[in-house]
Design a protein around this ligand. Structure first.
Ligand SMILES: [Fe+2]
Ligand SMILES: [Fe+2]
Length: 282
């Protein structure tokens, strides 16, 4: 139980969530009773946040036209849930900065590439299936593994032990069981989401991104993110130098949002897709 106790104690000592971020999340939850101007004003008060949202909303990967100049425009194009995800991503990167350290088993660059890979794969699957608001799926990719950022901040040594087990052949969930004794990055991420006050849907996506059939509601969203994460996990393992005896798509059963062919095609596309995104995010 040592791992569990130590991590839970550390979670209690994470930095306080800034009240201005909490207020924005609360405003977003209460929309549409709150005006966009009011929200825009709050976002502009946080250093760098408006620029981050507008730049991302104009990113060629998401928006070919790239004509957004204001928060209201970004809200219209991206949709409220996507904007909420972006704010959570921005806040988390500031709260838990991740640096590359050569003596670590955890490799931050590969981790961010995995998140971008999940965003890219999710966007491609969403578009192939004419899913409305594929940009929302993109933003879920950025935050789905938020629990890993939190664990890395709180107990980097324990995260390194998890990664070492994975490198030695364990599945992620088994590696976490061995080290964290009942806790995992999905639960840590969902706990953190609840602490910030973001919409419950986000906490749900974070909690169930490896078990998409458990939550009730938003089944399509859960499935696309699950598939995207699966595809990008294979990419992540390759980046970590983990060889897999059997490619995961050999045992892949078709879902609503991806056939085996889709999965194989998107897997092949991923390194190039991440390259396109990398300069803007990592
Ligand atoms: Fe995950
Ligand atoms: Fe992931």
């Amino acid at each position: 139980m040592e791992g569990l106790r130590k991590v839970v104690n550390s979670l209690g000592r994470i930095p306080e969530i800034r009240p201005d971020f909490k207020e924005i999340f609360s405003i977003l939850k209460n929309q549409p009773s709150i005006s966009e101007d009011q929200l825009s004003k709050r976002i502009n008060e946080i250093d760098g946040l408006a620029d981050f949202i507008i730049n991302l909303s104009n990113n060629k990967y998401i928006n070919k036209a790239g004509e957004i100049t204001s928060i209201c425009g970004a809200l219209k194009f991206m949709g409220t849930p996507a904007i909420e995800n972006l704010i959570l991503f921005f806040m988390t990167k500031k709260l838990f900065p991740i640096k590359t350290e050569s003596n670590r088993a955890f490799d931050s660059e590969s981790f961010w590439k995995h998140c971008l890979g999940t965003s890219a794969a999710g966007m491609i699957l969403a578009k192939r299936n004419n899913y409305p608001e594929p940009q929302r799926i993109f933003t879920y990719g950025l935050i789905h593994d938020i629990g890993i950022s939190v664990l890395n901040y709180c107990e980097p040594e324990y995260l390194d032990r998890v990664i070492t087990h994975i490198k030695n052949g364990l599945e992620m969930s088994d590696a976490e069981k061995a080290v964290l004794k009942g806790l995992n990055h999905e639960l840590i991420g969902a706990w953190f989401c609840q602490k910030t006050g973001v919409n419950e849907n986000i906490a749900n996506v974070v909690q169930y991104h490896h078990t998409p059939f458990i939550p009730k509601g938003n089944a399509d969203e859960h499935e696309i993110l699950y598939l995207a994460d699966l595809i990008s996990s294979e990419y992540y393992y390759t980046l970590l130098g983990i060889s897999q005896d059997q490619k995961f798509y050999d045992k892949f059963e078709p879902f609503n949002y991806a056939t085996k062919k889709d999965v194989m095609e998107v897997s092949l596309m991923l390194p190039k897709e991440v390259e396109k995104l990398q300069k803007d995010f990592i």
